[in-house]
Design a protein around this ligand. Structure first.
Ligand code: TXA
Ligand code: MG
Length: 349
């Protein structure tokens, strides 16, 4: 099977195509679609067979639960046992948007969709194509990121086609995504809400609305004996083919250290890659230098991270040095993904 790829402008979704895509989902097929975070691989969330198909297409372990996407707040109560007051507040503030909430699931949701758990992850994405598709499919679309398990999440339809073009039915191409990192996940199954995966909606934004919010202790340290609560966060999500190290420190020292390490690696006969911000990129004279975005516009760094990692996988480099990107709003999310890609290899400049 070769996926049909249909391009459309997010602001002018092609209703006939969306209707057809919705029918494919209703009949148990798989359709990839854009959201504001990353592309999702959609299947009917209420159908155990569709969820099994999603795991198979991605090569994903079936204990790693899927997110159920809705396009109308009125469709939430049927999925869950109860809606805690805090969850209602977050829905009110951030939905539609890059936020996923973990709630106790109702019997409507098959265990295949939740990886065997009694809780369900729910998100109402802020993207017109996603919203139309979810409605056309009957209201409930299970969608993990539309990448092969172990590759960076897709931020363009081309990435989806690279990974899944031969195994799914259709790809809706709405152009490059806006945010580029997966949604923030907040768990409401315990007394105090906690962040299981950082994203565009930061801890500070959540605390503004909820008061007390914890960071999942399993996220804070790699060496800790505590495992992350989101099953997907415990996997070494993605590792580039080249050995990736992150260089931390004050700007000037970082540039000097990367230059020195790059020169040394080249002397040893290795091809070197460097990930740099636009502000510092021209300081590097050796290796393949890729500019990720501007520190002064941190959302550009988040948007291009997965693209840069995919690009390096296509290059013949053995080692990659990356600057660290502790930017004010999205730094936590960017560094969470970058540290995972680097297997937490950090060099202090
Ligand atoms: O931005 C996003 O969230 C994208 C777009 C497509 O919406 N989706 C996405 O899905 O990133 P996925 O499957 O790649 O990541 C879902 C994460 C995994 O880490 C999974 O373990 C966690 O959510 N998760 C899902 N259900 C859960 C549950 N009931 N309890 C704890 N963690 C859960
Ligand atoms: Mg994923």
């Amino acid at each position: 099977m070769k996926a049909e790829i249909v391009a459309m402008k997010p602001e002018e979704p092609d209703e006939a195509v969306i209707k057809r895509a919705g029918r494919i989902l209703k009949e148990g097929g798989l359709v990839a679609f854009p959201t504001e975070t990353v592309y999702g691989l959609g299947g009917n969330a209420l159908d155990a067979c569709s969820s099994r198909k999603i795991y198979a297409a991605k090569g994903r372990p079936s204990d790693n639960p899927l997110i159920v996407h809705i396009a109308d707040l009125a469709d939430l109560p049927a999925l869950v046992r109860r809606i805690p007051a805090g969850a209602a507040k977050l829905a009110d503030t951030f939905w539609p948007g890059p936020l996923t909430m973990i709630l106790e699931k109702s019997d409507l949701v098959p265990k295949e969709t939740t990886g065997g758990l009694d809780s369900v992850a729910v998100r109402f994405p802020d993207h017109p194509i996603a919203q139309r598709l979810i409605k056309a499919a009957g209201g409930y679309v299970a969608a993990p990121s539309a990448n092969t398990s172990g590759r960076p999440s897709p931020t363009t339809a081309g990435h989806v086609a690279e990974d899944l073009g031969d195994t799914i039915d259709m790809i809706l191409d709405g152009g490059p995504v806006q945010i580029g990192l997966e949604s923030t996940i907040v768990d409401f199954t315990e007394e105090i809400p906690s962040v299981l995966r950082p994203g565009y909606i930061s801890l500070a934004m959540l605390r503004d609305v909820l008061g007390e919010v914890r960071m999942d202790p399993g996220l804070l340290r790699e060496d800790s004996a505590i495992h992350p609560k989101a099953p997907g966060m415990k996997y070494r999500h993605y590792a580039p083919r080249a050995a990736l190290s992150i260089v931390e420190g004050e700007e000037k020292a970082v540039v000097e250290t990367i230059c020195r390490l790059a020169a040394k690696a080249e002397k040893e006969g290795k091809q070197v890659g460097i990930i740099a911000a636009e502000e510092t990129a021209r300081n590097y004279k050796t290796g393949i230098v890729k500019t990720i975005g501007k520190r002064a516009e941190e959302e550009t760094i988040a948007r291009h991270l997965y693209q840069v990692l995919r690009d390096f996988d296509a290059e013949d480099v053995q080692v990659i040095y990356s600057e660290a990107f502790h930017t004010p709003e999205m730094g936590q999310a960017i560094m969470n993904r970058l540290l995972k890609a680097a297997g937490h290899t950090v060099i202090e400049a």
